[in-house]
Ligand binder design. Sequence first.
Ligand code: GLU
Length: 276
Amino acid sequence: MTVTRFAPSPNGSLHLGHAYSAIVAHDLAMKDGGRFLLRIEDIDGARSRPELAREFREDLAWLGLAWHEVPAQSTRLARYDEAARRLLADGLLYPCTCTRAEIDALEPRMGPEGAIYPGTCKGRRVDPAKPAALRLDVDRALALTGRVTFEDDLAGTIVADPRPHGDVVLVRKDAPASYHLAATLDDATDAITLVTRGQDLFTATHVHRILQALLGLPVPRYHHHGLLVDESGTKLAKRRNSPSLADRRRAGEKGLLLAEQLRLHKFPSGISLVSA
Ligand code: GLU
């Protein structure tokens, strides 16, 4: 049985790209009588707005999707903490007190998520008075896991290489886990068999696969779908001014019709699907 999930962060309204992503996940689960889960990724306390979680549910219902909602990330902090402690005890994490400005000042190489951490705090004693994040020592992690792979529905068998992300943060200064740690643990807890998300998160999967190997978690299959872009080829995003699903809903647009159009890859004018 296929179990998929849609895992939005309640820090901005959903837009067409999210609708497409939710429909892909929903339909892949329904194809074999599986389950489609909704997980609210509200790990980002300060930026999370509870009213948006309500809006997301209304959006999904408007699109005609049925889902089962699993506990939000804010209720799972003990699990993240336990995993982080384990990795720390295994010598796979190190504290880092660097600020973003300090990292930028070193003119680091750029990776898929911005600056690649140049490793300043690695192997160093950090000032215990300063707030610290915990970073994964990727070289050590790889030495332990050896070669691991994951299967993507569209891209085939991929050898996981987290190095382009550098020593990623797993425990943030301001939150008990980063997206990488929280989502990887949650997908295991929720018994997800097929992780569906946009190709913009393809490289993140390399990091997640290494975490699965380190923590002994089950390995789901992946389906990284293409992304909806506007006329300029820019990905639709919460922060750019593509109309939100809530705006469309309130303007009287028919959600069921929109969902059918998205399934047929008939997108509103100016919007297209790009696949790597
Ligand atoms: N919370 C993430 C986002 O909104 C979802 C990431 C995922 O599907 O793994 O981008």
